[in-house]
Design a binder for this molecule. Sequence first.
Ligand SMILES: [Cu+2]
Length: 216
Amino acid sequence: MVPVVLAGCSGPLSTLDPAGAAAREIAWLWWAMLSGAAVLTALVLVLLAMGFGPPRKLRPRRWTHGLGLGLSAGVLIPLLGAGLWVGERVLPRDDGALSVQVRAVQWHWEFTQPGPDGPLVTRDVVVIPAGQPVDFEITSADVIHAFWVPQLGGKMDAVPGRTNRLRLQADEPGLLHGQCAEFCGLGHAAMRFEVLVVPPESFEEALAEAAGGTDD
Ligand SMILES: [Cu+2]
């Protein structure tokens, strides 16, 4: 059962309710950062409380070097290391994973991926197989947008004239939600999309069906 204090952490647009490998790494990092921040906050509050007590014979240099630098670095350097480690693990690799072209347009998303008889295009919905890595090749037709599926991984900017790559993988079949994460004009808030995760054996059929539904 989810504790009451964590009740707001679940939901379709929550990074703390991961549904894939990269999102799990990022959620872990978020909790690590929160823990580090809590330790530093507690340290500052303790020092503040000590300031109200009787004067102590601690030299200023000890305060700055021992407490200021030593304790801060003792928390911040491990957090920096954890951030770099997680960042490296969620990078795409050149291993022939399924590739999806993503084009952001004010204010919708177009997804193009190979089908048996040529490229298939879907609008505001992308179909991916469960349990397999997918590389999203992201660009924009007009202004800067940002591609984001919070339950699958981090954000990636969609920049005109440039292609940015993001690897995501979903654990289980189901329906996930994505959202443009960069203010891109009046229609920004409505610039959402769906990620339909299907079993690998029914992937081609589901993709063709989704593409067929946008052929009007
Ligand atoms: Cu946008």
